[in-house]
Design a binder for this molecule. Structure first.
Ligand SMILES: NC(=O)C1=CN([C@@H]2O[C@H](COP(=O)(O)OP(=O)(O)OC[C@H]3O[C@@H](n4cnc5c(N)ncnc54)[C@H](OP(=O)(O)O)[C@@H]3O)[C@@H](O)[C@H]2O)C=CC1
Ligand SMILES: O=C(CO)COP(=O)(O)O
Length: 320
């Protein structure tokens, strides 16, 4: 397998570092300056400082250097994915594509594979998702992820080719479940960060994680996912990681909301747009998504975390 990675952010770079342990990998950055600096300094100082780029990793800003790559990993943020696919349709044609982003597109309500399926003519579109921080992968720490492919034969090939010494891949054909688990856990991480930031305690966070998990299951099953996918790495696994670690940018945005502090708007926080994408559609989908709606209200400054928790506690009592 000849691998290229498009998008030299934290995650794309971390995956490139890990995969370079298997053989040569090409990492494409849109910025010529960034690619040149990575070649010169053997470091992605902008997005993943402090980690040496291995010799088997070639950094470039020239898409023609991806000509020999049969498998391309796309590591750009979710809301940029469609524009990116349109801009690079020729480079991506006839390759196996692996989306590495987590989220739901605001305009369409679609996840990464759905966006690729609608934007590109071919259908060899897959997703790599699950609990993993870029810094952990890049430092060689053990990680387990899910490779989602509707075509199980293709899934097996990718599972084999993208597994590395520190990256163990499981696979699933439930692309809907994998997309939604990775997208919705970020919304719950914002809520959990807000609870901790406001000093409401670990018990409240445990309640939110559990009810958030129920909310994720409800939506995913309604849209055709399998319950066991949401109980796996791409759902519960990533929910646990992201709601409990301040390595998570979504969780840190929540912390800032809970503390009443501002947050750097240039940081990639997928859960904010995803929460809006879901909240805008949950009435049409006939879905009860109280935590997601509360996150949107907090992001819009319409609700404090104290009021949001009071509202959630005052909901009609029901069976678990
Ligand atoms: N970081 C992590 O730990 C993990 C991240 N992910 C997912 O990976 C995805 C990317 O996140 P991450 O790498 O962390 O984000 P970063 O903010 O670190 O990097 C984003 C990268 O995307 C590039 N980019 C943005 N828009 C475009 C575009 N239109 N064309 C080309 N390149 C573009 C940026 O380029 P530039 O620098 O030039 O702006 C940058 O290299 C997200 O969906 C995230 O949820 C998944 C698991 C773990
Ligand atoms: O997806 C991630 C961990 O699995 C990264 O989380 P953040 O995008 O919140 O940093």
């Amino acid at each position: 397998m000849n691998i290229g990675i498009l998008g030299a952010g934290a995650f794309g770079t971390a995956l490139a570092i890990s995969l370079a342990g298997n053989g040569p990998v090409t990492l494409w950055a849109r910025s010529h300056t960034q690619a040149a600096a990575m070649r010169l300094n053997r470091e992605n100082a902008q997005h993943l400082p402090g980690v040496r780029l291995p010799d088997a990793l070639s950094a470039t800003s020239d898409v023609t250097h991806l000509a020999d790559c049969d498998t391309l990993l796309l590591a750009v943020p979710m809301q940029q994915l469609r524009g990116f696919l349109n801009d690079h349709a020729q480079t991506l044609a006839d390759r196996v594509l692996v989306a590495c982003c987590k989220g739901i597109e605001l305009d369409s309500g679609h996840g990464p594979i759905d966006v690729m399926d609608s934007a590109l003519a071919h259908r060899r579109n897959t997703l790599l998702t699950g609990p993993s921080f870029a810094h952990d992968i890049a430092r060689g720490l053990p990680t387990a992820l899910t490779l989602a492919s509707a075509d199980d034969d293709l899934g097996r090939i990718l599972q084999q080719g993208l597994t590395t010494a520190n990256l163990r891949l499981y696979r699933t054909t439930d692309v809907t479940g994998a997309q939604l688990g990775g997208a919705l856990k970020n919304v719950m991480a914002i809520a959990c960060g807000a609870v901790i930031g406001a000093g409401l305690g670990d018990s409240a966070r445990a309640a939110l994680m559990t009810r958030g998990n129920a909310e994720m299951q409800r939506m995913a099953i309604a849209l055709g996912a399998r319950a066991e996918t949401l109980a796996g790495l791409s759902g519960l696994g990533d929910l646990v990681l992201t709601c409990t670690s301040d390595q998570s940018r979504n969780y840190r945005l929540g912390l800032s909301l809970g503390r009443g502090e501002s947050f750097d708007p240039t940081v990639t926080v997928e859960g904010a747009a995803t929460a809006r994408a879901v909240a805008a559609r949950c009435v049409d989908w006939n879905l009860d998504m109280p935590i997601t709606n509360a996150v949107v209200a907090m992001l819009d400054n319409d609700l404090t975390i104290h009021d949001a928790m009071a509202q959630l506690l005052a909901r009609p009592l029901k069976e678990e």
